[in-house]
Design a protein around this ligand. Structure first.
Ligand code: UDX
Length: 442
């Protein structure tokens, strides 16, 4: 099927490449000329496992092309996916939907009769209905549907090829049939398909993110209780998660969530519910957000205590800059938030990350960056483990020990195996856990 994908950010570029890969004829569109030029050469604008190979293959096959013209897109196909960003409103909590609106307004007068626009961006509930009315005023023969995207960064290609579910919010059987046709290979392989009204489809996305964010903040709230009670939140989470009704996933205590989705999506959801008169029902999301930001402050407080009460003149090593492992994305990264707060308090902060350094540097130029873990840790008074890259689990604490000034590590992600660190003479600290001191005599 011929289709366009408007917006070649995270969701758009992966969707466009995967659709071309399953045999569709795809035109990717973006206003960013540099990005389109790179994509035309098969170069991915983001670090995402498998994406470069996929782009090279689909561009070479001729099934994936790119353009900067929205009007060309309107002529190219009768099916259009909208994947532009919906960031947090500057100075507010609500979602800024101006880019989605602009795509619809820009395309509407040029659409071919019988066109279907399918939104994938995360939007406030009611957006499809609002845009549908706007579209019909200009292009009576066209319609709009919503098909939220659930991909995780770092697994974007795999999640798009084999999603856990496909949800579509449609106003006609024709729209549903078109979407079933597009996703046929996924449906044949058994991916569940949910066809519902647009408002419900929009809500499925924000409700899913709200639930996951709540689960993370729940266990982080337990970490605070553990700190007061002298208990261990890691052992607690292990035992609690064993209950199959609860489960272990997203029950990892630590520095909390960041990235381009969870923080802004829960704020936008709460703001939209308020507008609809349902604010009270999900007012707990403010708490979820507050618990999450408090984890960052509490990490800085614990780090300050560990270096003797003041960062002034101290050297701190930071392991991790991305908002999560397997990603080079630093948008609302808890790691960089903590690193810059510590630097503002007078410490010299050296940050290591295997992928995200280039993205972090322009945003936080006051921090020092390196691609070498030992360099980051040289003469450090404290090592902070802030993003759970698997390679940090392979660090040899015995080899790192002689390089630092003080063998102290704060494992803010609770993913390090603490025993080897302790036996190499390190004291290991974490939120929600009693300090684990070393047994090695220097
Ligand atoms: C998320 C949703 O998972 C995805 O469905 C949606 O489409 C977009 O938002 P993503 O932002 O890629 O995807 O990240 P995810 O893997 O969900 O992690 C979000 C954040 O939560 C990360 O900062 C991660 O470090 C943190 N996290 C996750 C925890 O702090 N503890 C956990 O147990 C799990």
């Amino acid at each position: 099927m011929r289709m366009t994908v408007i917006g070649t950010g995270y969701v758009g570029v992966v969707h466009a490449a995967c659709m071309a890969d399953i045999g569709h004829d795809v035109l990717g569109v973006d206003i960013d000329e540099e990005r389109i030029a790179a994509l035309t050469e098969g170069k991915a604008p983001i670090y995402e496992p498998g994406l470069n190979e996929l782009l090279v293959r689909t561009v070479a096959s001729g099934r994936l092309r790119f353009s900067t013209y929205v009007t060309e897109a309107a002529r190219f196909a009768r099916l259009h996916f909208v994947c532009v960003g919906t960031p947090q409103m500057p100075g507010g909590e609500a979602a800024d939907v101006r880019y989605v609106d602009a795509v619809i307004d820009g395309m509407a007068p040029h659409l071919r009769p019988g066109s279907l626009i399918v939104g994938k961006s995360t939007v406030p509930v009611g957006t499809t209905a609002r845009l549908g009315a706007r579209l019909r005023a200009v292009a009576a023969h066209s319609e709009i549907a919503w098909n939220p995207e659930f991909l995780r960064e770092g697994f974007a290609v795999a999640d798009t090829r084999r999603p856990e579910r496909i949800v579509v919010g449609v106003e006609s059987r024709r729209a549903e049939a078109t979407l079933r046709e597009i996703y046929k290979p996924m449906l044949i392989s058994g991916v569940p398909f949910f066809s519902t009204d647009p408002a419900t489809a929009e809500l499925v996305k924000v409700a899913s993110n709200a639930f996951l964010a709540t689960k993370i903040s729940f266990i982080n709230a337990m970490a605070e209780v553990c700190d007061s009670a002298g208990a261990d939140v890691v052992a607690l989470a292990e035992a609690v998660g064993e209950d199959s009704r609860i489960g272990h996933r997203f029950l990892q205590p630590g520095l909390g969530f960041g990235g381009s989705c969870f923080p802004k999506d829960i704020r936008a959801f709460a703001a939209r519910a308020e507008e609809l008169g349902a604010g009270e029902a999900i007012s707990f999301l403010h708490q979820v957000d507050e618990i999450n930001t408090r984890q960052r402050r509490r990490t800085v407080d614990l780090a300050r205590n560990l270096v003797g009460g003041s960062f002034s003149g101290r050297r701190v090593a930071v392991l991790g800059a991305a908002f999560k492992p397997e990603s080079d994305d630093v948008r609302d990264s808890p790691a960089l938030d903590v690193a810059s707060a510590i630097s503002r308090e007078g410490a010299e902060v050296r940050v290591h990350d295997p992928e995200a350094v280039d993205n972090a540097r322009p945003r936080f130029p006051e921090l020092h960056y390196t691609l070498d873990v030992p360099k980051a840790c040289e003469d450090a008074d404290l090592v902070l483990h802030l993003t759970a890259w698997p390679e940090y689990r392979k660090i040899s604490p015995a080899e790192l020990g002689p390089l630092v000034r003080d063998r102290k590590i704060l494992d803010a992600r609770n993913t390090l195996d603490t025993a080897p660190w302790q036996s190499a003479g390190w004291s290991v600290n974490a939120l929600g856990r009693p300090p684990m001191t070393g047994s090695y005599a220097a």
